[in-house]
Design a protein around this ligand. Structure first.
Ligand code: UDP
Ligand code: GLC
Length: 381
């Protein structure tokens, strides 16, 4: 099966990291077309995946745009669409990863007469999108997609609720390679030394810095925890959220937490950094569509506390393999952090359960087989 993958982003967010893993088995017959240049292209090349930056022109459409802005963006997209139609003729299938790729992929699939698969990584709700953008996504998916792959039940339910056709959507979770998340004690010790985290109880937060990812909730919680609790914030503002970054630094200063919060920026050694933590916190204030970091923490055998909404509720079973807390409630989070600090045996058992279930449920080989089957059966090529 020859696949033309399309992705809008120049930077590696969760949807892009997921796409990279899906594309690997098809690397000798496929192309990943990007709508922006940047570090995601470099990452794909490092992984020996064929990639082409199809445009370097900035596509001006935000998650909140209205109809006339949407129409203007469509005109802007014409050169890109023409290019994609040309490329698509050499492939059996167009695989659109997220919304902008869906727009371009839909039109290209019509003119190039190629089936379209749409990988939905978002909860299509008013909390995350404008009414216009929701309508565009749903109408295009219903009209052009042979198959929609939802990254969770939460994303599937929102798609159907917004008017999406229930007959074309299937849930496939993100896949992971469990062995990448096992680190030796000596590696962990060395990293803790380098980061000056020895002897501290370390809560890790791994996410791009964006208001709805809720790093401010963790900082507020930290102020209510015993003083030996420290936090590392791993991730950068990938999509221009500089004001939020400033606010986070201000919050840390106002609470006098400069010695207890470390901003580590974007890192590519996530398994090592997670291994150096005692607890991983996920604090999204809006429902998380899936939440790769939650599964990664489980695979690292680390206790995880997640905001109780969206996909996170499909990943964590409270009290069995992790903790769920009310989104946006620092006090509740602080209580869980303190429990983990005081009762390491209980949390270690949970983390062990988490590793076992996550290795089975999210095993990349199985997930990729599932996708291959869906593409072959539904798309019929
Ligand atoms: N990540 C990373 N480096 C960082 C911060 C995050 O590689 O500095 C990775 C993280 O390990 C995860 C992904 O980025 O695999 C984020 O995916 P997630 O589904 O958690 O959230 P998203 O940002 O896609 O909404
Ligand atoms: C998106 C979602 C995130 C999900 C990722 C991979 O970036 O925000 O929740 O884990 O896609 O499907």
């Amino acid at each position: 099966m020859r696949i033309l993958f399309l992705d809008q982003s120049g930077k590696p967010g969760g949807a892009e990291l997921c796409l990279m893993d899906i594309a690997k088995p098809y690397s000798d017959r496929s192309l990943i077309g990007l709508f922006a240049d940047g570090s995601f292209k470099d990452l794909l090349q490092q992984n020996h995946l064929p990639v082409e930056v199809l445009t370097t022109q900035k596509i001006k459409v935000s998650k909140e745009s209205n109809f006339s802005q949407g129409f203007k963006s469509l005109r802007q997209l014409l050169p890109l669409i023409t290019k994609v139609i040309k490329r698509a003729r050499k492939y059996d299938l167009i695989y659109a990863n997220t919304q902008k790729a869906l727009v371009v992929g839909s039109i290209a699939s019509f003119f190039a007469r190629r089936p379209l698969v749409y990988h939905l990584h978002d909860i299509l709700s008013k909390e995350h999108f404008s009414q216009t953008n929701l309508r565009i996504a749903i109408n295009l998916a219903n009209r052009f997609a042979s198959l929609v792959i939802a990254n969770s039940q939460a994303s599937q339910i929102a798609f159907i609720k917004a008017g999406g056709n229930p007959d074309i959507i299937e849930i496939v979770y993100n896949g992971f390679e469990p062995k990448l998340y096992q680190k030796s004690e000596s590696d962990i010790k060395q990293l803790k030394q380098q980061l000056e985290l020895e002897g501290k109880f370390v809560v890790g937060h791994f996410s791009r810095l964006a208001p709805w990812k809720g790093q401010h909730i963790l900082i507020a919680a930290l102020a209510q925890c015993p003083p030996d609790v420290t936090a590392i914030l791993v991730g950068d503002a990938l999509f221009g959220e500089q004001d939020y970054v400033k606010k986070l630094h201000q919050q840390v200063a106002e609470l006098g937490l400069e010695n207890r919060v470390k901003f580590l920026g974007f890192r590519s050694n996530i398994p090592q950094l997670m291994a150096a933590c005692d607890l991983i916190a996920h604090t999204s204030t809006a429902p998380e569509p899936f939440g790769r970091v939650i599964v990664e923490a489980m695979l690292c055998r680390k206790p995880v506390v997640a905001a109780k909404a969206g996909g996170a509720m499909e990943l964590v079973e409270h009290g069995m393999n992790g903790f769920l807390v009310t989104p946006g409630e620092p006090q509740e989070l602080a209580q869980v952090i303190t429990t983990c600090l005081q009762e390491p045996e209980i949390t270690a058992t949970m983390a062990s359960n988490a590793r076992n279930t996550a290795s089975q449920r999210f095993d990349m080989t199985t997930i990729n087989q599932q996708i291959n089957l869906l593409l072959s059966e539904k798309v019929n090529i």
